[in-house]
Design a protein around this ligand. Sequence first.
Ligand code: 13P
Length: 253
Amino acid sequence: MNPYRTPLVAGNWKLNGSLAANAALLAEIVKGAPSFGRAQAAVCVPFPYLAQVQAALAATPIAWGAQNVSDQASGAFTGEVSCDMLREFGCRYVIVGHSERRAIYGEGDGAVAAKAKAAIAAGLCPIVCVGETLAERESGVTADVVRRQLAAVIDAVGAQGIAKSVIAYEPVWAIGTGKTATPDQAQEVHALIRTQVADADAGVARGVQVLYGGSVKAGNARDLFAQSDIDGGLIGGASLVAADFLAICAAAS
Ligand code: 13P
């Protein structure tokens, strides 16, 4: 953590939830929000639940967002959801380039950059995910992979676009596996990310929030967030359990 940057903890609910389960989870999170201190919290939910989270969180300090978006504004794009639609439901954030989108749905660097650009143009804050697979880490190309993924977005949106974004480092091998990157491993990549942004604009690099994601739990959050270039977390599984999510938010406070 760096006192200059506001910590952010964002829950990524992925393909989980029901109206009843969400209502219970959101009520607990709202009740616990006073313990977040200076940390910001957000939940990124499946599209059908945006109206529900908007109603539940509108009068609270907790923000919300989506997990994907189209780079197109409107038209014949069956199954897609536009940035303006997300704005209408009060979204502040949208996750773009999550490794599950890249790996399962074939989203490449260009598609991710186009989504980030569309999000920024619509007044949303994209949470841009980058990260290497286990094979890439083991073959020593982590820095190259992350640099390539981030460069595509910087090229598309420029430093001023990055200033309106959040970056999330999520090593693919740590997602949902219980294998967290060590604080040192994560910090090393976060520092590379910040240096890459600094090459575009040093001031933007000082301000941009870079989150860590991948098996963040109540028990390891504090050590991760203690690193100088880690500004919070993008939380999968633990964001579905109110007590765990609250503890992680408190660890970022
Ligand atoms: P887990 O916290 O379940 O490992 O998921 C991380 C993630 O993918 C958040 O986007």
